[in-house]
Design a protein around this ligand. Structure first.
Ligand code: GLN
Length: 308
């Protein structure tokens, strides 16, 4: 198992070289034009240490569409405010279904299986919006502070496109509202959710912003966002639910808490040690970055750094 942090750069260089030899990259998400236009051969990877030192390779400073990666941050931001009350409105079991599935909601009284499928993320964003009056703005402020990058922004064109193609998320929102599990007007919630999905950030930004989960709840400025046990909870839900109906395979291959987004990003946490973010826009059939998961698999295999 690696002990010297100085050895991260050669590890990243080696992984990027290996990925460069891999022809099969999957296909970019095609439900909105902005994502469909991404080149699946783009690849970036960053590792951030607990003190904010960052190593990177390839397109690691290129901003991309964060999409469902933001579900980790909204969960943490709401948990910090509501604590266990949140878990009365969203579960924490893997769903075994695709990220945008509706099927389990009817049997479970409008309570989504977990906060990382779309239904669960909508509940979390709804609650964060009630707590703060500005869910997407609260998220953006947090990401800027943790990454040290004030330039982070929402791509409003992507948000408009999400909205124009948002029938399924609208259906999820209205269906859960019929069970009383949504507090804001559904159109208000959807607007916040689509703007949240449309935040753009780089691997470097996101590896840094995820740092609080490796520091057991402590933010970049040394203040506490989550209790130690809440940070453990978020990491555990990432491990079991962060890559949807492929979470078992991700845990088997990578062995770390991780979260994917359809923009091709994947974040991962080595508690007590470092955080990672990989970006490559080509996805597999579950919506997870093909090269991203492979790169994380290689990282934990080469370094021995996993939670197991
Ligand atoms: N905007 C996407 C959606 O809501 C996010 C999904 C994802 O990244 N898995 O469908």
């Amino acid at each position: 198992i690696m002990s010297s942090p100085l050895t991260f750069q050669p590890v990243l260089d080696r992984i990027a070289a290996e990925i460069g030899q891999t022809p099969d990259r999957g296909h970019p998400a095609d439900y909105i034009p902005a994502l469909a236009a991404c080149d699946p051969h783009r690849f970036g990877m960053a590792v951030a240490e607990l003190d904010g030192t960052v190593y990177g390779v390839g397109d690691w400073r290129q901003p991309f569409s964060t999409q469902s990666l933001t579900k980790v941050f909204t969960l943490a931001l709401d948990l910090a405010r509501e604590a266990d009350e949140l878990w009365e409105h969203v579960g924490r079991e893997p769903s075994g279904n695709p990220f945008n599935s509706l099927v389990q909601l009817e049997y479970e009284n409008g309570i989504p299986r977990n906060p990382f499928i779309n239904a669960g993320a909508l509940v979390v964003t709804d609650r964060l919006h009630s707590q703060t009056g500005d869910a997407a703005g609260t998220l953006l402020d947090f990401l800027r502070a943790e990454s040290g990058n004030d330039g982070l922004a929402i791509n409003e064109d992507v948000a408009a496109s999400e909205s124009a193609h948002g029938d399924r998320n609208a259906a999820l929102g209205h269906f859960m509202a019929s069970y009383g599990n949504i507090r804001n007007p559904v159109p208000v919630l959807l607007d916040e959710y689509f703007r949240q999905c449309s935040v753009e950030a780089s691997c470097a930004d996101l590896a840094l912003a995820t740092g609080f989960l490796a520091r057991h709840g402590i933010r970049a400025d040394g203040s506490r966002l989550l209790t130690m046990s809440q940070a453990k909870q978020v990491n555990a839900v990432m491990l079991t639910c962060g890559t949807y109906d492929a979470a078992g395979e991700f845990a088997y291959r990578v062995g770390l808490p991780g979260k994917s987004g359809v923009g091709g990003g994947v974040i991962a946490v080595v508690p007590g040690r470092c955080t990672l973010c990989v970006w490559s826009p080509g996805l597999d059939e579950h919506g997870n970055s093909v090269a991203g998961v492979t790169a994380l698999d290689r990282f934990t295999t080469i370094t021995g750094l996993s939670v197991f």
